[in-house]
Design a protein around this ligand. Structure first.
Ligand code: GCU
Length: 598
């Protein structure tokens, strides 16, 4: 029996809410002693019960309130040295004060928890979630008690072969409650979710839906207004509490100004129902392809991009805050970008909203990375849920133009079937955006690279990762490379680059120096200009990031050094090379092509 379509509460930060961010008590539990008994059977009384001795002879072998704290949001690895390489279970505990109410409902919302979370409220398990980079929530209305309410979360970041991602990634497996935690407080019947965007390919019509949730959701009047565009729609919900709409938008004297990189204009959308009201600033833009062209608001655009990991700027650990987003995206703007690839998983909501504010287009991706278990139905269900949660959270974000279903996955029938199903799912959820993936390429001969991955057939935009000059020869090799692209579709080089230790200088031939990296970029840019369908790039990567796959002493020391900015915020030579190219392009987009060759 297909489960009810997933609906997360849209725009949680715009609702009445209580933040549970701060210091949470924590118990490190490598043997999951708080969840399983010695027969490895789930305990009747797990730590989630928050048991306290009730008499002097009582034996309770844990006590959250005597235990050290961890900051939420945040990964645990960068908070305590002994946890820097810890993978396993840590229990978190906090509490909040609330009053029961017949008129209100409460939801416990997590921006994300890496990787598996089991959540308890006042000793009762309220739900579980798998996947480290997408939001989830549970209704806790009936569990609320007047006064102190206790929240306990078992977070386990152990890696699993059947996981998404699987056991090997070139990024650090940061564990914990890595994003904001909120108690959302809404009326009994409330506006749970809505989708308000321009109809696919249109600059004149908005289309979407509003969903009420609660005892009085059916047959209800809904008003959707965008007063700055002279729009006011009177809708009525169906038996399921849903009201769909499509309408012309903008008037003679209030024409629509589409969201764009130069003018990231957003409009206040107000949705009201008999018992609830939500207001959100939303941008309206159209994104489409025409042959090899990418069209933003009907105009060809070239994506001047950079790839970004959710690595905190200038410190170890995960980026978590609006300030982190402003720092990272500020560097991207300084580079001259109009586009960012948020790799390899959905980043926190602050990143996407700040990108929208700054006029940066976004590529958002699920961690279907390298070689996951394509034939495993649980693995597919996991990936499908993650991509649904990603789309659900950001479907009203004008900045997000590309949903990516995978990165560098091996071409097999099972993989093709898996990814084609995922693509169909996304198109069902969101008909307004483009689908892409970071594809692999292969050599037809010594100088000819070919992009003919069968998945390309099902994508709107081709993402291609290539490391000519780093994993593949030396930088000058790019001068003799010819590209054969099977599809007449926009091509974005989603990764290219090489490592450089900030401050290490030397001849351009000396690997790991800034000079080598800068030289590599120069050769790469000339190579890409020769490709007729080339419409963008997001070099790997904005800033150095932590990875357990990078041990080289005095150079990497646990960091992938392909950043254009170091872990201390230093800009490397190649930053200037790319910045110069982007300035040229901003002046005259035709600078992206040298020969209109192959
Ligand atoms: C791969 C991969 C990245 C990785 C990069 C690298 O292409 O997609 O996740 O970090 O190459 O090797 O630096």
């Amino acid at each position: 029996m297909p489960s009810a379509p997933l609906h997360l509460i849209a725009h949680v930060f715009g609702r009445q809410h209580q933040s549970l961010n701060g210091a949470w008590r924590s118990i490190v539990d490598p043997y999951e002693n708080g969840y399983y008994d010695y027969r490895y059977q789930p305990l009747a009384e797990p730590y989630g019960r928050n048991k306290k001795p009730e008499s002097i002879s009582d034996r309770i072998e844990y006590d959250f309130d005597q235990s050290p704290t961890l900051t939420v949001p945040g990964d645990w690895n960068s908070q305590r040295l002994e946890l820097s390489l810890y993978e396993g279970t840590i229990w978190y505990k906090t509490s909040f004060v609330a009053q029961r109410s017949a008129e209100r409902r409460r939801f416990l919302h997590f921006g994300a928890a890496n990787y598996q979370a089991i959540v308890y409220v006042n000793g009762r398990e309220v739900g579980q979630h798998v996947g480290g980079f997408t939001p989830f929530e549970f209704e806790i209305t009936e569990l609320i008690t007047d006064g102190e309410n206790v929240v306990i979360v078992k977070v386990d970041d152990a890696r699993h072969r059947d996981g998404v991602p699987t056991v090997n990634t070139d990024w650090y497996n940061f564990g914990g409650l890595t994003r904001d935690v909120l108690v959302v407080d809404v009326p009994r019947t409330f506006i749970k979710d809505y989708f308000v965007q321009l109809e696919a390919g249109s600059l004149e019509r908005v289309a979407g839906w509003v969903l009420l949730d609660g005892p009085h959701a059916a047959g209800q009047p809904i008003t959707l207004a965008i007063s700055d565009l002279g729009l006011k729609l009177e809708l009525r919900t169906d038996a399921h509490g849903r009201a769909a709409f499509t309408s012309k938008v903008g008037t003679q004297d209030k024409p629509l100004v589409p969201w764009s990189c130069a003018e990231p204009r957003r409009y206040l959308v107000e949705i009201s129902s008999p018992s609830d009201k939500v207001r959100e600033a939303i941008g309206f833009r159209s994104i489409a392809t025409r042959g090899a062209d990418l069209l933003l608001n009907g105009q060809p655009i070239f994506l001047r991009g950079i790839s970004i990991h959710e690595q905190a700027p200038e410190r170890p650990g995960r980026a978590t805050s609006v300030a982190d987003a402003r720092k990272l995206l500020g560097w991207a703007k300084e580079l001259g970008c109009n586009f960012v690839r948020l790799a390899h998983y959905p980043h926190n909501e602050h990143m996407v909203r700040v990108a929208e504010e700054m006029g940066l287009l976004v590529w958002s991706e699920v961690p279907v990375y390298w070689t996951i278990q394509w034939e495993n139905p649980q693995t597919f269900a996991n990936a499908e849920r993650q991509i649904t949660e990603m789309v659900q959270r950001d479907k009203n974000r004008a900045a997000v133009i590309l949903w990516s279903v995978s990165n560098e996955t091996p071409i097999t029938d099972a993989r093709n079937r898996f990814l084609e199903r995922l693509i169909r799912k996304v198109r069902e959820l969101d008909p307004t955006r483009l689908l892409t993936a970071a594809l692999e390429r292969h050599y037809a001969d010594e100088h000819t690279q070919v992009v003919d991955d069968p998945l390309g057939e099902h994508l709107d935009v081709l993402g291609v990762n290539q490391y000519v000059g780093w994993y593949d020869g030396l930088p000058a090799k790019a001068d003799s490379i010819v590209w054969k692209i099977k599809y007449e579709k926009p091509l974005v080089f989603s990764e290219l680059g090489g490592d450089a230790k900030a401050g290490l200088r030397g001849p351009a031939a000396q690997r790991w120096t800034e000079d080598f990296q800068a030289d590599l970029y120069r050769h790469q840019l000339e190579m890409m200009k020769r490709i007729r369908v080339w419409r963008g790039l997001s070099p790997w990567i904005l800033n150095d990031f932590q990875s357990p796959r990078r041990p080289l002493p005095k150079i990497q020391d646990g960091w992938n050094r392909k950043g254009l900015v170091s872990d201390k915020g230093e800009k490397k030579q190649a930053f200037g090379v790319l910045q110069g190219f982007y300035a040229e392009l901003a002046r005259d987009p035709s600078n992206s092509s040298s020969t209109k060759g192959t």
